[in-house]
Design a protein around this ligand. Structure first.
Ligand code: ZN
Length: 161
């Protein structure tokens, strides 16, 4: 079956950076399952998979604007330590999940700690990076009405939402 909008697609993928370092991979784990045309994955990868079929292998290199975006200076800010209620030790490199104004989950990374002042970075950890994807398409199927209504695929065990 061919990949077009409203298909649920399963892929095995490995993501590497310009230095051939593996950033993320589904190999050895379950395939990534996404709803095509619903912004579940980065736009450049979705575009590269359009029209492909089960069994196809796709390699694509994405510039930041087709991946996780450029790094934005305005997403870096200094906040008071009090923001991190319940966290005993705050250190550079720690990641927190926060809810962005649009309701999406956003990863906040601590980049510097100076007394009570904590510098945080709301850029996606992969923002500003060129992404090298090697993808194998494992399965393509029609989405259910539920999945289309929710805008994401449902597995065997996540119908409770
Ligand atoms: Zn759902």
């Amino acid at each position: 079956m061919q990949i077009v909008s409203d298909k649920v697609v399963s892929i095995d993928y490995t993501l590497t950076d310009d230095a051939d370092e593996v950033l993320d991979s589904s190999v050895g784990d379950a395939p990534l399952v996404y709803l095509h045309g619903a912004d579940n994955i980065v736009p450049g990868l979705e575009k590269a998979l359009e029209g492909k079929s089960t069994g196809d292998e796709v390699r694509v290199v994405l510039e930041p604007e087709d991946g996780y975006g450029e790094r934005l200076a305005e997403l870096i800010s200094v906040v008071d330590r009090g923001m991190f209620e319940g966290v005993d030790e705050i250190e550079p490199g720690m990641e927190f999940q926060a809810e962005a104004p649009d309701g999406e989950t956003q990863i906040i990374t601590v980049v510097d700690v100076d007394g009570d002042e904590v510098t945080i970075d709301g850029n996606h950890p992969l923002a500003g990076q060129r992404l090298h994807f090697a993808v194998k398409i494992v399965d393509v199927r029609d989405a259910t009405d539920d999945e289309l209504a929710h805008g994401h695929p449902h597995g065997d065990d996540d119908h409770e939402h």
